[in-house]
Design a protein around this ligand. Sequence first.
Ligand code: ADP
Ligand code: ADP
Length: 227
Amino acid sequence: MASVTLQNLTKSYAGGALKAVNDVTLDIEEGEFLVLVGPSGCGKSTALRMIAGLEEITDGAVWIGDDFVNDVHPKDRDIAMVFQSYALYPHMSVYDNIAFPLQIARMPKAEVDTRVQEAARILELEAYLKRRPGQLSGGQRQRVAMGRAIVRKPSVFLMDEPLSNLDAKLRVQMRAEIASLQHRLGVTTIYVTHDQVEAMTMGHRVALLKDGVLQQVDTPSNMYNKP
Ligand code: ADP
Ligand code: ADP
């Protein structure tokens, strides 16, 4: 676990004409589940991608724990990210998809196996380890993507609209699964969504972004149930 601090975080496009993320300052506590919400185009993905190191920072800073990570390569940040598209490898088994980041890191085979089995148990994927992603349901694919993220035991978990490709029924189920997983692992989580219901129900706090500017940060009940 680690805290995440955004300090005057800014991303400009079009030579400065557009500020996709505009001077955002925010502290996310160790173990917190923060939902970053706002309409399409408000800068959520850009903010998340800067935290992940996938997008260059125009101005300001990202800290993970006590580490200033602006210039740290994504691979060397203690984070894992889950995308909307899952980004699974279609020709690899579920096992190999989950194991992939550990194999890249040259972890010994026995430890890889222990970690993959543990992730599969937590995510109820034990029966599907030999299948290819194409032989799974949407919910199972999303769980494989989460498995690939949690095997690394990251300090920070980033999720970008992970449920938006799922049908309504599955979305309701996966909301609860993700919240429960976060609770069990205690991993600091930043969850990006445009869905107010997800913001209302999933996290400890909600950060509302509009036109790149942070509007409000509060608990879901304070954010949505004010008279
Ligand atoms: P969200 O995730 O909230 O939908 P984004 O972070 O994707 O929003 O986009 C924020 C703003 O930045 C939008 O106006 C978008 O058009 C713009 N934007 C995103 N990526 C680029 C890019 N590579 N070049 C120019 N503008 C971009
Ligand atoms: P979930 O609610 O867990 O996403 P579904 O109800 O969609 O599961 O699927 C039920 C079962 O059917 C699962 O065990 C899954 O493995 C299997 N299944 C779903 N889609 C496919 C597919 N395209 N090919 C093979 N098996 C599938």
